[in-house]
Structure formats: C-alpha cells, structure tokens
Design a protein around this ligand. Structure first.
Ligand SMILES: NC(=O)c1ccc[n+]([C@@H]2O[C@H](COP(=O)([O-])OP(=O)(O)OC[C@H]3O[C@@H](n4cnc5c(N)ncnc54)[C@H](O)[C@@H]3O)[C@@H](O)[C@H]2O)c1
Ligand SMILES: O=C(O)CCC(=O)CC(=O)O
Length: 354
C-alpha cells in the first residue's frame, strides 16, 4: 500500500490543567504581550471572569452571548474592540462565546486566548460561523484559531448533565464526520480515532458520576483531539446538516449533533468500511458502528430525536432542500433528495438503529 497525503498542522499552544484556569490565562496573556484585553465571557462564568479581570489588563467586557452568533452581536462586539483599542481577546464559555470572539479576531485581527467550558471544541479550530437573516455561514480563516487554549476540567462541573453528554457527542461527531470529510487524511483520522478512544469511556464514566474529575479530563482530552481532526478534515455531511438545522431553525447545537450523528453514521457506515471498523472498535461493545452509537446515546441519556428538540416534521422537506447542495462530494454514499429526507425523518422520529 502506498501512503500519500497533504496535511497542514495548526500552530497553537495548549495549557491543560484542572484548577489552573486563572493562572494559565495570565500566563497565556503574558506570552502574547497583551496590554488591552477584551473579555468575552458567558454570563454563567461570572466568578471566573471577575478573577481573570482582576489579574489581567481587561479594558472592556461582553457577556451577551447568543448561540450561532447573530450578525448584530458580532458587529457590535467588533466595534467595541476597535473603540477600546483592544490588542487581545479572552473568551470564557462554550462554542457560542468562542464563536463571538472568532468574529472579533477575524475582523479586528486580535489574538484569542480561549477558556472553554463545554466539549464543543471550537477553541481548536480555524472555523468561524455567523448567522444572518436565518442562514448560518461558516468559513475558514487562520486568524480565528485561538493562539492559546486554557483547558480546565473543573469548569465543566456546572454543565447540566444532558448538556454535558450532548456536548461530548458533539465532540464524537467531529471525529466521526472527519472520517469522510473533504480533507480527510491519515493524520486527522488518527487524531479522531484517539479522540474517540478517550471520548467513549469518558462519556460513560461522566454519565455514571458527573463529579468524576478524571472522566471530565478524559472527555476534554478526547474533545480536543476530535476538534483538531475536524479542523483538519473539514465539514462533512453531518456538519452540513447540523449547520442548516441550527442556522435556519435555531435548533440547539450540541443536542442536535447528538441526535444527527447516529443517523449519519447509519447512513454512511455501509459505504465506509474503514471508518465503521475504527468507530466500532472505539465503542468496543461488540456492536456495529451505527448500533453502537445508538446504544451509547441511549445509555448516557442523550436526546434521541429531533422531534423532542422542537424540530417540526413539516420542515423536513425544506431543510433537505437547503442541505443537499452543501453536501461535500467526498461523502462515501451518494446523497439524493429522497435518501436525505429519509435520514431527516428517521432523526426526527428517533428511529431505533440496530
Ligand atoms: N467553529 C467551530 O469549530 C465550532 C465547533 C463547535 C461548536 N461551534 C459553535 O458553538 C455553538 C455551540 O456551542 P456549545 O455547544 O458549546 O454551547 P453554548 O456555548 O451555546 O452553551 C450552551 C449553554 O450552556 C451554558 N454553559 C456553557 N458552559 C457551561 C458550564 N460549564 N456550566 C454551565 N453552563 C454552561 C451556556 O450559558 C448556554 O446556555 C454553536 O453556535 C456552534 O455552531 C463552533
Ligand atoms: O462556528 C460554527 O458555527 C461552524 C462550525 C461548527 O459549528 C462546528 C460544529 O458544528 O460543531
């Protein structure tokens, strides 16, 4: 067998340490030489934000965070960064908080220090997303890749259980979709596989005991690797579906991923034997990839249908029309309007996958 690929590794510092968020954020800002910092932080993280602001040269704070980054919030925050002459951004929160910081980085050219509080993985990607007039646009720009990530598993302690497992399944989806995304290669598949090996036991242990700090660290480590794999491999069919459902129908991000990944896996696995084998091996319960993901989602009490998340059956046909042109040609199984609608209908109903 010959090996041939074109892989780009991204330049990023990763500081990983439970209980070290404040100290490591200060280290990160010093390494950037930041003098005037814009702090973008989710409102739930007030205590951490105050502690960081006390020890850092913060000149302005933004706490209005909205999922899928509405263009109005982004424009306002970019203007604030410029008015204040900010030279760096700290972002504390999940993918929504990091997503807002990314638009500031893209438009005002500021470096980001990211302190994630979910397993969404945006901190490890050069992908930005913004929503305008009901459509989510995503793009790639190396300026938005945070310069430093500060990982602290204690910050996920306050995540409600269902959101924690959904967010972990968002990370699973990054790795799995990376197996058939447009730029999939042996390096990002290896990272995705190692990510899954950490994520599956991490999620099971986290569900069994939400206080288990080792399980949270393992899930966070897996989420980072999965996000690196996703950033390298690009958005596949799964992400294109979720972006349309999030941007156009305002579906909750992590929960939507945690449903859809089961159905995209069932759809593609018979046409992607190597990916299916890797996935089944990482799940390790003797089931096929698709049945294993279904059982895992059920076992950790993740959302099981788009219906329960509020998606309307009447929207299936319209959604398929939006998604179809975005599906990458790299997808292993040919996608038609009919089989895409069938996939969305199964995900809407939460059909059993065996
Ligand atoms: N660009 C990328 O690579 C990338 C990757 C993943 C997600 N995203 C984007 O990120 C957004 C979703 O991010 P998300 O799933 O992390 O959710 P989120 O940031 O929207 O947070 C979800 C909810 O959880 C709360 N929350 C977050 N962390 C918490 C914690 N530790 N304790 C208590 N509450 C907490 C938030 O306040 C919010 O109410 C979407 O817009 C998605 O498109 C982007
Ligand atoms: O930043 C975005 O909204 C686009 C990338 C993204 O959402 C990744 C994901 O769907 O998990």
């Amino acid at each position: 067998m010959t090996i041939s690929f074109d892989h780009t590794a991204h330049d990023q510092r990763v500081l990983f340490g439970t209980g070290k968020a404040v100290a490591n954020t200060v280290v990160a800002l010093e390494s950037l030489g930041a003098k005037r910092v814009l702090l973008i932080a989710d409102a739930f993280a007030t205590v951490l934000s105050d502690a960081v602001a006390e020890l850092s040269p913060v000149v302005a704070r933004v706490h209005e965070i909205v999922q899928h980054v509405p263009i109005e919030n982004a424009t306002r925050t970019v203007a604030l960064a410029r008015e204040q002459g900010a030279d760096a951004v700290i972002t504390i929160g999940g993918g929504s908080s990091i997503g807002l910081a990314k638009i500031v980085a893209r438009d005002a050219g500021l470096p980001i220090v990211a302190v994630p509080t979910t397993f969404a993985g945006s901190e490890a990607t050069n992908v930005w997303g913004v929503t305008e007039a009901g459509r989510k646009t995503t793009g790639i720009d190396d300026k938005v890749l945070p310069k430093v990530i500060v990982y602290d598993a204690s910050l996920m302690a306050s995540l409600p259980g269902r959101l924690a497992v959904s967010s972990g399944l968002n990370a699973v989806a990054h790795a799995v979709d990376g197996f058939w995304s447009p730029r999939t290669d042996p390096i990002n598949r290896a990272m995705g596989t190692e990510g899954l090996r950490a994520l599956f036991p991490g999620l099971r242990a986290l569900h069994a005991d939400p206080e288990d700090i080792g399980a949270r660290e393992q899930t966070l480590y897996g989420a980072y690797l999965a996000a690196v794999a996703f950033a390298s491999a690009g958005s596949g069919m799964h992400h294109k579906i979720c972006h349309a459902l999030g941007g156009t129908y305002n579906m909750p991000h992590a929960e939507t991923h945690s449903v859809v990944i089961g159905y995209v896996t069932a759809f593609n696995a018979p046409y992607a034997s190597e990916a299916a084998e890797r996935l089944a091996a990482a799940i390790g319960d003797g089931r096929t990839a698709a049945a294993g993901i279904y059982a895992l989602r059920q076992g950790v009490e993740a959302p099981m249908s788009l219906k329960e998340l509020g998606f309307k059956e009447d929207h299936i046909s319209e959604a398929a029309g939006i998604i179809l042109p975005a599906i990458p040609p790299s997808n292993p199984r040919p996608v038609t309007r009919a089989n895409l609608e069938a996939l969305l209908r199964a995900a809407w109903a939460g059909d059993l996958i065996e």
